[in-house]
Design a protein around this ligand. Structure first.
Ligand code: HEC
Ligand code: HEC
Ligand code: HEC
Ligand code: HEC
Length: 181
């Protein structure tokens, strides 16, 4: 009996350790406000402003447009801006598992399709020492997006689908870091 209790204890201990490891390795979503603190200077290329002026930043507003409301009515969706059928592609927050939201972050549903939808959850890579070293940043969860990433949303599940061409679409959202002289 004693041995049984001891082995049960060991199993629980092992599970506990494994659980805490899995928690420590989970990269979490922090929201665009965190990225803005560094990515809005002229020197770095004002990625925040470029994004803010793009349709991705307005994706939640589109779910309140006449076009969206008309479609919703025809398909018995009460409010497209609150229905996962639509928000899952129109907002970073609605597209992820709730457990991946960083409680110390500032992710909101209103920010729409934001940096982390394409670049991955930023809780760890956003540290300057990780950001300035591409290898370190990728090891900390940074994604350098490719076409594969875009077509998780730019596909025919979208009721207003338009043919997606990676090259022309990427050019429309380009936000490069200016070349150093
Ligand atoms: C503490 C400041 C800081 C924060 C916060 C920050 N970044 Fe960065 N980031 C940088 C710096 C500095 C670079 C390097 C720029 C350069 O190439 O000179 C960089 C580079 C990048 C790169 C390019 C990496 C590469 O190797 O091509 C991406 C993508 C990026 N950041 C995305 C983000 C996102 C998304 C967030 C928010 C989750 C974020 N950053 C938050 C400072 C920051
Ligand atoms: C999380 C889902 C999601 C991902 C990932 C995504 N997009 Fe989008 N994209 C949208 C939504 C939603 C809109 C429509 C926004 C609106 O008009 O309300 C959009 C609109 C656009 C537009 C504007 C199209 C126009 O009519 O002018 C471009 C350009 C674009 N996306 C490029 C890209 C590229 C390039 C990638 C990959 C690097 C990408 N998107 C990844 C959801 C996504
Ligand atoms: C599979 C992902 C996905 C889903 C699900 C989705 N959308 Fe979209 N939506 C997009 C993308 C991507 C675009 C941008 C398409 C483009 O311009 O190439 C878009 C664009 C739009 C636009 C702008 C269209 C225009 O031509 O002006 C509206 C409005 C819209 N969606 C409403 C909705 C509504 C309402 C729902 C739910 C019933 C919904 N979407 C579900 C991905 C999605
Ligand atoms: C719709 C997808 C998408 C969104 C949203 C997005 N990016 Fe990017 N980002 C890309 C793509 C695609 C590239 C080019 C990757 C490559 O070099 O192949 C890129 C490149 C970058 C780079 C590197 C540029 C360079 O010159 O090497 C930085 C920095 C960056 N993004 C920061 C951000 C920040 C900060 C935000 C939010 C304010 C953001 N991105 C939002 C798709 C996105």
């Amino acid at each position: 009996m004693r041995r049984f209790i001891k082995s049960c204890f060991m199993v629980i201990l092992t599970l506990g350790v494994l659980y805490s490891f899995s928690q420590a390795n989970d990269f979490k979503y922090v929201g665009v406000a965190k990225c803005k603190t560094c990515h809005n200077t002229k020197k770095i290329g004002k990625q925040y402003t470029v994004w803010k002026n793009s349709l991705h930043a307005k994706a939640m507003e589109s779910l309140k447009s006449e076009k969206a409301l008309k479609y919703a009515k025809e398909h018995k969706i009460a409010d497209p801006s609150k229905d996962a059928t639509c928000t899952k592609c129109h907002s970073t927050m609605a597209s992820i598992d709730k457990s991946l939201i960083d409680p110390k972050g500032k992710l909101t549903i209103e920010e729409g399709v934001s940096c982390e939808s394409c670049h991955g959850p930023g809780s760890v890579y956003k540290k300057r020492s990780n950001m300035i070293d591409r290898e370190k940043a990728i090891a900390s969860g940074l994604v350098i997006p490719t076409e594969k990433n875009c077509v998780t949303c730019h596909n025919k599940d979208n009721p207003f689908y338009k043919p997606f061409d990676f090259k022309t679409y990427s050019a429309k959202i380009a936000h490069p870091v200016p070349k150093k002289k």
